[in-house]
Design a protein around this ligand. Structure first.
Ligand SMILES: Nc1nc2c(ncn2[C@@H]2O[C@H](COP(=O)(O)OP(=O)(O)OP(=O)(O)O)[C@@H](O)[C@H]2O)c(=O)[nH]1
Ligand SMILES: [Mg+2]
Length: 333
């Protein structure tokens, strides 16, 4: 079920959600752990936990990054299990928290009150229909003041780059609202510590052939008294760099090919200059000519290396698909 990401009528949707009981749900709420990474979210964490409890999701784990406010005590008072992460950053927190989770499904959400617990059932539902990873699309129903124009521009640039480099359209790869199976999460090789965790999740899902879908969710502004942990320029630049470096194993033709093209273009520019100097002023620039030839040669080699790596990745994917098929067949026997 691929949702189209268009705006939905949430009053209608909430009525449906309220009407849902564990008998009508394909996945029982007991099988889902709501995972909330937090850093100084005392202003909102209580309401977020209460919201999920009201929806029937009673297993809530808060993984805290050493908040200096009341976040942990409020979370404990509201009945959540609180873990303090051993390292730094949202990415490390999520990876560590997964080691404590014993149920098969995870619903991950920010602790800043920007996502709506009423969307929880819609997020979890695709997991019962064969999907392993679900991304909540914030742009489907976003409050006008929920994102600055700089953040909107950055998100659009990042989503376009993801589509171009990694060849999949996940609409809103930086969304913090995710539902996934623990099994599929364990198949991903995640190393990101900070805010690149969402980017890494999206790329690793493509790389590992994890069945991913997008569902529309609502997204509101952070309440006035709550502080962002995000630095739009530095975190945005880190995310774009992560998209590029993650192409090394997911789309090596792009990774090495773009370096190769840069080498050829700069070599050609130097060659053009050398040629112009020689024609116009009869001045030879031997050193520059050597540099230009080296840059062009290196560029061509990098493109060839990209083509070979691309072949290796394609073969590796094919082989893994077959092995997974064999493993599935064995399980069914
Ligand atoms: N455990 C842990 N959680 C973190 C850390 N940094 C941020 N978080 C939490 O991760 C979630 C997402 O962070 P936000 O600051 O909301 O990032 P964002 O949603 O991209 O930015 P905003 O637009 O400001 O909401 C929030 O619940 C944060 O409290 C960290 O270092 N450790
Ligand atoms: Mg947030």
């Amino acid at each position: 079920m691929q949702h189209d990401g268009t705006r939905v009528d949430h009053s209608e949707q909430s009525k449906e959600v309220l009407a849902m009981t564990d008998q009508t749900r394909d996945i029982s709420t007991d099988e889902v752990c709501v995972l909330i990474p937090t850093l100084d979210e005392a202003a909102t964490i209580g309401d977020v936990i209460d919201g999920f409890h009201q929806q029937g999701y009673t297993t809530v784990v808060v993984v805290d990054g050493g908040s200096t406010d009341e976040t942990r005590s409020i979370a404990r008072d509201r009945g959540a299990e609180v873990i303090v992460q051993s390292g730094d950053g949202k990415g490390q927190a999520v990876r560590e928290a997964l080691e404590y989770i014993t149920v098969p499904y995870v619903l991950m959400v920010d602790g800043d009150g920007t996502y709506d617990p009423a969307d929880a059932d819609a997020m979890v539902e695709p997991l019962s229909n064969g999907y392993d990873h679900v991304i909540g699309n914030r742009f489907a129903d976003m409050d006008d003041d929920a994102m600055t124009s700089l953040n909107r521009f950055g998100n659009s640039l990042i989503n376009r780059s993801f589509r171009f480099i990694h060849g999949a359209d996940h609409t809103d790869i930086l969304s913090g609202y995710r539902a996934f199976t623990v099994d599929s999460f364990e198949r991903l090789s995640l190393t990101a510590d900070g805010f690149t965790i969402e980017t890494e999740l999206a790329v690793e899902c493509v790389k590992n052939g994890i069945k991913t879908t997008v569902v529309p969710v609502s997204y509101s502004a952070r309440p006035d008294h709550s502080e962002t942990n995000l630095h739009p320029i530095t975190d945005g630049a880190t995310i774009i760099l992560a998209l590029y470096t993650l192409a090394k194993t997911n789309n090596p033709l792009f990774y090495f090919g773009s370096l190769g093209v840069a080498g050829i273009l700069s070599g050609s520019a130097i060659a053009g200059y050398v040629l112009w100097q020689w024609i116009q002023f009869q001045q030879g620039h031997e050193i520059l000519a050597i540099v230009s030839a080296a840059a062009i040669l290196l560029g061509v080699q990098l493109i060839m290396f990209g083509v070979l790596s691309d072949m290796l990745v394609t073969l590796h994917r094919e082989q893994r698909r077959r092995l997974e098929q064999i493993a599935r067949d064995r399980r069914e026997e």
